[in-house]
Design a binder for this molecule. Sequence first.
Ligand code: 3PG
Length: 319
Amino acid sequence: EINIDIDEQTRQAAAQKLKIGVYFATWWSLNVIFNIYNKKVLNAFPFPWLTSTLSLAAGSLIMLVSWASRIAEAPKTDMDFWKALFPVALAHTIGHVAATVSMSKVAVSFTHIIKSSEPAFSVLVSTFLLGESFPMPVYLSLLPIIGGCALAAVTELNFNLVGLMGAMISNLAFVFRNIFSKRGMSKGKSVGGMNYYACLSIMSLLILTPFAIAVEGPQVWAVGWKNAVAQIGPHFVWWVVAQSVFYHLYNQVSYMSLNEISPLTFSVGNTMKRVSVIVSSIIIFHTQVQPVNAVGAAIAILGTFLYSQVIKIFNFLSI
Ligand code: 3PG
């Protein structure tokens, strides 16, 4: 009897591992596809405020149609849920648009190298803004991340200040998004990963649209679109569709996996995801990298792994 229980437990643990493995593989592949189409679009049509808005619009549309046609069950929400969602959506909007502005100015790989330091931002925000303190080894484990990113930034061949700042703002915004969503998820009605992300997209779309119109606007979009179609051909529209739909899909899968794993496992998974984005974008866009630049990126990413181990040892699983 005991043997059967153990067998059953091992089987369940293996099934859970397999499920998370499938989630991660899907999340990473969808993200690579998003990043490639997003950059292809930005190269021909440098309007990141519009492309960010379209990504949120595609997600909102997909989910509204899924709810209306009952492919997915619509969530039961109340006012408290939407109130708690607002700061999360605001941070998601800022983080998303800032990353896209960054990618419109620099190589995709550079944005993602800087974004691999998001865990370090978590510790710094908790320390300086929330007044928490951590053991010395936690702070020391940030040094390779910060040092690696700094080395990668100073040796970056296509360095651009807006590109750097965009990625840094995105890191800061996403740290707040995580803090607010942890606080908010316990308020109001509880909504599962897929529908939670759908509501987040809809609210972010409402926040971002007026700003996108104010910063860029229909006139420049119309001229830019004509130029892009003249340069690429009519199939340019499919690149835009691909970047928008894949943005929604990878985020949806990432929120579905967040339901199953700890925030720490999630953020390690997110950093490892960047390795596949960095490598594939360097190959596809023929990005020039100097050896010392690659060393900086490798130190930053290994640093994140080291940091996650230190966090685990000291049991600060909440950041
Ligand atoms: C975005 O557009 O939101 C960026 O690509 C950053 O997203 P990530 O942190 O999920 O990679």
